[in-house]
Design a protein around this ligand. Structure first.
Ligand SMILES: Cc1cc2nc3c(=O)[nH]c(=O)nc-3n(C[C@H](O)[C@H](O)[C@H](O)COP(=O)(O)O)c2cc1C
Ligand code: FES
Length: 597
């Protein structure tokens, strides 16, 4: 085996690829050749590290030096300074937002320090297109162990004892679900992986698929053995081309090594895995709709029972789990149920991956132990609120999740606590909001999404969400009436209780939770015709304070519609008829002379 002196990891995740990591990698290859270093230094294209905002990322081992926002032009300096002379290129290091301190080591960066990577354990560390790298990290040992040392019942028992709950939203205990399907009568059963990931802004599952596809394959093979399935499907949206490409490569490699297909490792157990590309409708993530879609029918949910474990794909008993759920399985088998259950809270074990976005300094993908508080995630991992603004709340659980206000920032992240606070774990969206976010507008944004994605099969969801959206739009435009609040609450409750599937059952959550904690904002819009966050443009009025205006002309020059007039050194005026309320004058004025009412 050839020994190398250093590894240079170049992130090949979708985020870094879109900010130019492929070109960085090409330049790096050429530069290493130029210096005749290609035998000594190995380039590894990895999956996402989670900190996409700082991409393209380059990490040099053995030191673990973390370079951010690397451009092709930076490559010669990295090679000449770091790889030839052993000197760190300081200007490319990550800077802590609060202190501006440069942090060279990957593990010392606050974004990573409090994370605990179980599902993402290999993402960013291995080349996902090379099965040997997965095997070198202990990959497929879990599968080997179950096939030769454990009965299916023992596997189910181990998963049950670990306390693993589904990471796709509902949090149903995985071992129990496997047991139902195993006990269901019938020889032909299917195992399905839900990799639809329809939540806007979410990329938890995509990162596992792109960064560590073998983890999913191994988790599924273990699940198939436990339940007694010979065939499986991964339902992945067609908008994830890199994930599909890497899954195909991984399946082919696993088949070649006898880790998938007929008579796996000579054990007598066989499992075939297929990929089904979905067309990208949110409702297709709902399990009965997803199965209809695999069968080639329109992705519409149906009434349950019968549950998929009784009658699922092609009317056969079927088990469906999320990508992150499966990604936890091989580690549980190898490290044991007790190890897994030692992380998290009493009822929520292990870790959870979140897509941290919004008004927080460090956005990206984070994996944290269950039970960590929102404050730790926002202020320690996320580095606090952008521009030092006031924290207002978080929207957690995706489009059908709920809002948690700043008073509850010490809420632990676990299934029960989030539900008690009026939100839910969901699949892992975590949007941080500051004082400039209007909660009525936010509720409208999410309802607009679920309303557009409703398949229309049941009346409460089809008609009810439409009515709720109309009311919210009216309120944001300053045309709300006092009865609107009661109507929203009543409609929300009815839709939750009567809709056919989870989409309708949860669609009113953003509205109901904002009404619970931010009712005063609804009242301000309706009664005072005022948006307290100054976000709803229909309710804003811009004027100029004549006492403060020095007639510098900055606002006049910046106004895109010529709504501002005035002579130099004389107070200016805004024509309300022409003003489009874009706020440019407000941002440009250095005298605080623009008033936003
Ligand atoms: C409208 C809707 C969309 C959903 N989208 C997803 C999804 O994208 N991925 C997912 O794993 N689960 C999704 N779910 C939940 C699944 O229906 C199902 O509960 C889950 O895949 C089960 O896996 P788990 O037990 O491992 O969580 C969705 C549910 C609903 C109602
Ligand atoms: S894609 Fe590179 S860090 Fe996410």
């Amino acid at each position: 085996m050839q020994l190398v002196r250093a590894h240079v990891l170049v992130c090949g995740g979708t985020g870094c690829t879109s900010s130019g990591s492929k070109q960085v990698q090409e330049f790096l290859t050429k530069e290493l050749e130029k210096h005749k270093l290609e035998q000594e230094i190995k380039i590894v294209e990895t999956g996402c590290h989670g900190f996409c905002e700082m991409g393209p990322l380059v990490i040099v081992y053995p030191e673990g030096t973390f370079y951010v926002r690397v451009t092709p032009e930076d490559v010669p300096e990295i090679v000449e300074e770091h790889l030839l002379k052993g000197r760190i290129v300081n200007r490319l290091l990550y800077k802590a937002p609060a202190t501006e301190e440069q942090i060279p080591a990957y593990k010392e960066i606050t974004f990573y320090k409090k994370q605990l990577r179980v599902a993402l354990r290999n993402c960013g560390s291995i080349n996902p297109e090379n099965i040997q790298e997965y095997i070198a990290r202990g990959g497929y040992e879990g599968l080997e162990k179950v096939l030769f040392e454990m009965t299916p019942e023992q596997v189910i028992d181990e998963i049950k004892r670990s306390g693993l709950r589904g990471r796709g939203g509902g949090g149903f205990p995985t071992g129990m679900k496997w047991e139902f399907c195993r006990r269901s009568p019938g020889d032909l059963k299917y195992l399905i992986c839900n990799a639809d990931e329809g939540d806007p802004g979410a990329f938890m599952d995509r990162s596992v698929l792109e960064g560590d596809p073998h983890t999913l394959i191994e988790g599924m093979a273990i699940g198939a053995y436990a339940i007694g399935c010979r065939e499986g499907y991964i339902y992945v949206r067609a908008e994830y081309p890199l994930a599909i490409k890497r899954l195909k490569i991984a399946i082919a490699q696993a088949e070649e090594l006898g880790l998938l297909g007929e008579n796996i490792l000579g054990s007598g157990f066989s499992f075939d895995l297929h990929i089904k590309e979905g067309a990208g409708a949110f409702v297709c993530g709902e399990e009965t709709a997803l199965m209809a879609s695999i069968e080639g029918r329109r992705g519409m949910p149906r009434v349950r029972p019968p549950f998929p474990a009784q009658r699922g794909l092609w009317d056969k008993p079927s088990n469906i789990n999320n990508v992150e759920t499966f990604a936890n399985v091989p580690v549980i088998i190898m490290r044991g149920a007790d190890w897994f259950a030692s992380m998290g809270t009493e009822k929520s074990k292990g870790t959870k991956v979140f897509a941290l976005t919004g008004k927080v300094n460090n956005t990206g993908l984070v994996e944290v132990p269950m039970g960590i508080t929102l404050r730790e995630v926002i202020y320690e991992i996320g580095g606090g609120i952008v521009g030092g603004k006031q924290f207002k709340g978080v929207q957690i659980g995706g489009p059908s999740g709920g809002c948690i206000p700043n008073e509850l920032i010490d809420t632990p992240i676990d299934y029960e606590s989030l539900i008690a606070a009026g939100a839910m774990m969901g699949s892992g969206g975590l949007v941080v909001m500051d004082e400039t976010t209007c909660m009525v507008d936010l509720a409208r944004f999410f309802l607009n999404f679920t309303q557009a994605e409703s398949c229309g099969k049941c009346t409460p969801c089809r008609e009810g969400t439409k009515r709720m959206l109309e009311i919210l739009t009216r309120i944001c435009e300053g045309k709300g009436v006092p009865e609107d609040i009661d109507t929203l609450e009543r409609l929300g409750r009815v839709i939750k209780g009567t809709a056919l599937c989870g989409l309708g059952n949860t669609a009113p959550n953003p509205v109901l939770s904002t009404l619970r904690y931010f009712r005063h904002e609804y009242e301000a819009h309706i009664l005072d015709k005022r948006c307290p966050a100054h976000a709803c443009s229909a309710l804003l009025v811009y004027t100029i304070d004549e006492e403060k205006c020095i007639g510098c002309g900055r606002c006049l020059k910046a106004c895109p519609v010529g709504a501002i007039s005035g002579e130099k050194k004389e107070p200016h005026k805004i024509d309300p008829e022409k003003c489009i309320k874009c706020g440019t004058c407000f941002e440009k004025c250095r005298q605080d002379a623009i008033l936003r009412l």
